[in-house]
Design a protein around this ligand. Structure first.
Ligand SMILES: *Cc1c(COP(=O)(O)O)cnc(C)c1O
Length: 397
């Protein structure tokens, strides 16, 4: 039978019924090691007892009231995020793209409120991904997402990463902000060097423009810091986060300094669902775990262990794997075989990984993975690489 769903996804032919930690169980009972975590979303794995408890307790009390009323758990989550970051204020949304829409609007409004409405353009970087709304596809700049959807939203200028001459040439009297992922996720786990982030901060200060960090994928502990920009020692003016922040509950946030948010007064922006009591209960529960002593150390230790094991697999299979990239538990394998083929072969070995741009597959395990999970993933990647290598040899003969 044909599907009643819009065919915008090429789905793998598996449906999962339940999950536990880093493992997913398919309808037929087969177990898969989940090193995709629903695209970096299931930060605490599947069915984490603390999240299940928070969600079910809240579900019996109150789901939604709208932002016409005070939401104490939202005040609390906002305060905790502000206390843990550079930010002074938080705006809750339901997704990464929405968090970025808030960030883009805020950056424009900042200049309008300062008497410069002509400063609305935002510089973004080649290989970027910022979401699928009309503004965020324009920000991402990828033709395959923009074509056919009418005039591209105006106000986004794109330059290559690491090309400071091009960047300085692109900054003009209409520039409002730079927007960047500290590690490009969809673009292929391309790490922006920490020195480059520091140079971007300095350029923003020099030109009076805002630095917007898209930490939708890199945030909430993924790289071993609460947010990836912390590795570089600089802070943004505005930052979006989503994916891991709800641990699987749809939640996004736009965080900002009071200065950057100066234009966002009552009535200037809004959302019906964003920050509702159910989402806030889960968001607070995720933070309980991620902010607990030793959690980020665990992410770093597991990231290091995984990276070392991957290096050994690369050493044995250079015909299949070209390079290992990333930080913490956001790792990428740049491949010498097709990434979709690699991901399918890994799936046959009951390991889930996620293709990205630049012929990379991403390893984005839940942050709660154990050493045993990491060792098992490495064994399955070894088996996957061996199988693909045998296939390559067969094709060459
Ligand atoms: C996934 C992602 C988005 C979009 O998030 P959605 O929740 O799909 O709207 C934006 N930016 C980055 C860096 C992402 O990885």
């Amino acid at each position: 039978m044909t599907s009643a769903l819009l065919p915008t996804y090429a789905r793998a032919p598996i449906a999962f019924e339940r999950g536990e930690g880093a493992w997913l169980v398919a309808r037929g009972g087969e177990r898969y090691l989940d090193f995709g975590a629903g695209i970096a979303v299931n930060a605490l794995g599947h069915a984490h007892p603390h999240l299940v408890e928070a969600l079910t307790t809240q579900a019996q009390k109150l789901w939604h009231t709208s932002n016409l009323f005070e939401i104490p758990d939202g005040e609390r989550l906002g305060r905790r995020l502000v206390d843990a970051t550079f930010a002074d204020v938080a705006f809750f949304a339901n997704s990464g793209a929405e968090a970025n829409e808030a960030a883009i609007k805020m950056a424009r409004k900042y200049h309008a409120a300062g008497g410069h409405p002509e400063r609305f353009r935002i510089i973004t970087f080649e290989g970027a991904f910022h979401g699928r709304t009309l503004a965020t596809i324009a920000a991402g700049g990828q033709a395959k997402y923009i074509e056919g959807f009418g005039p591209k939203v105006d106000g986004f200028d794109q330059v290559p990463t690491g090309d400071f001459a091009a960047l300085e040439a692109a900054i003009g009297p209409e520039t409002a902000a730079l927007m960047i992922e500290p590690i490009q996720g969809e673009g292929g786990v391309r790490v922006i060097p920490h020195g480059d982030l520091r140079r971007l901060r300095a350029l923003c200060d020099q030109h009076g423009i805002l630095l917007v960090m898209d930490e939708v994928q890199t945030g909430v502990g993924r790289t071993g810091k609460l947010f990836a920009h912390e590795w570089s020692g600089i802070t943004p003016d505005i930052m979006s986060a989503a994916k891991g922040i709800g641990g699987g509950f749809p939640l996004g946030v736009c965080l900002a300094t009071a200065e950057a948010a100066r234009g966002m007064t009552a009535g200037t922006h809004g959302t019906t669902f964003g920050g509702n009591p159910l989402a806030m209960a889960v968001g607070n529960a995720v933070l309980d775990v991620v902010l607990a002593d030793g959690f980020l150390d665990h992410v770093l230790a597991m990231g290091l262990s995984l990276k070392q094991r991957l290096a050994a697999v690369l050493d044995r299979h250079p015909d299949v794997i070209a390079e290992i990239r990333g930080e913490g538990l956001m790792l990428g394998l740049k491949l010498n075989v097709l990434n979709a083929e690699f991901a399918a072969a890994a799936r046959d070995a009951h390991l889930l990984v996620i293709p990205a741009g630049d012929n990379v597959v991403r390893l984005l395990p839940p942050l709660i993975v154990t050493e045993a999970d990491v060792a098992e993933a490495a064994r399955r990647l070894e088996a996957t690489a061996s199988r693909l290598e045998t296939r390559l040899r067969g094709a060459a003969e």
